[in-house]
Design a protein around this ligand. Structure first.
Ligand code: 6PG
Length: 246
């Protein structure tokens, strides 16, 4: 594992606020340095509170949202108005409350077939002007209890993808197709932040950070930004296993 920083907070509320603060600081710095800020959002349930925090004036007033570009680390194979949609979750909690130009919201068009959606997103990513950076200023990620992140699930073909930046993948345990960015592209990010909360994540978090390196079984271990920072923002319950180790 590359050097990573673990910051522990009392609960979801504080961990979400810390994630919102980190988001805004990276955004401010990126816009000041290069005039724009690119971020890949994660899905699932954990980040919802953080996205809602970002829409609060204490955070939203600090960013010039006109210069922010939003991407997604993964998407379910559903239309954007589906309750399962990662885009819909972020749009409801954050994007519909801040002034991001619609053309800066680069959602995965998961209403298409998984192969088409992945191919189109790959084309979009490769056509984006990253400047001297080669990837996102910030990639937000979550962690599943089985060690997956984005939609990089254990033992899936997506884990071994070395050239494509976005692929479609079948998740047998969910009996569902997903579209996901791949480790090579996620690892181009200047900053990767995992937000992990809850006692149900304690065991897997300890395995990911302190266990054997076994990325086929623990895909989150594949996330090692080549030239970027890797930060874990976790709550006390999720960190319980870590304390026992340290
Ligand atoms: C998704 C996410 C996924 C998520 C983890 C954790 O599409 O579900 O991108 O990688 O981050 O499954 O989900 P929770 O936050 O709901 O535990």
């Amino acid at each position: 594992m590359s050097a990573s920083e673990v910051r522990i907070y009392p609960d979801l509320v504080e961990a979400s606020r810390a994630a919102a603060e980190a988001f805004v600081r990276i955004g401010e710095d990126s816009i000041a340095a290069r005039g724009w800020f690119s971020v890949a959002l994660s899905g699932g349930s954990t980040p919802n509170r953080m996205y809602a925090d970002l829409a609060l004036n204490e955070f939203s007033s600090r960013l010039d949202w006109r210069h922010a570009h939003f991407f997604w680390g993964d998407e379910r194979s559903v239309p954007p108005d589906d309750p399962q949609s990662n885009f819909r979750m972020a749009n409801d909690a954050l994007l519909s409350h801040v002034q991001v130009p619609p053309e800066n919201i680069h959602r995965i068009q998961a209403e298409k077939t998984p192969k088409e959606a992945a191919s189109d997103y790959e084309h979009l990513l490769r056509g984006f002007e990253w400047g001297e950076l080669t990837g996102f200023d910030l990639a937000l990620l979550g962690l599943g209890t089985n060690g997956h992140t984005a939609s990089l699930f254990p033992y899936s073909d997506a884990l071994n993808e070395r050239s494509r930046w976005c692929v479609d993948t079948w998740v047998e345990e969910l009996k569902a197709a997903r579209i996901t960015l791949t480790p090579p592209f996620l690892n181009r990010s200047a900053n990767v932040i995992f937000l992990v909360v809850g006692s149900e994540k304690a065991s897997i978090l300890s395995e990911i950070l302190h266990g054997q390196y076994d990325p086929d079984r623990l895909p989150a271990q594949l996330i090692e930004p080549k030239n970027g920072r890797l930060i874990w923002l976790v709550d006390r319950d999720a960190a319980r296993g870590l304390k026992e180790k340290e």
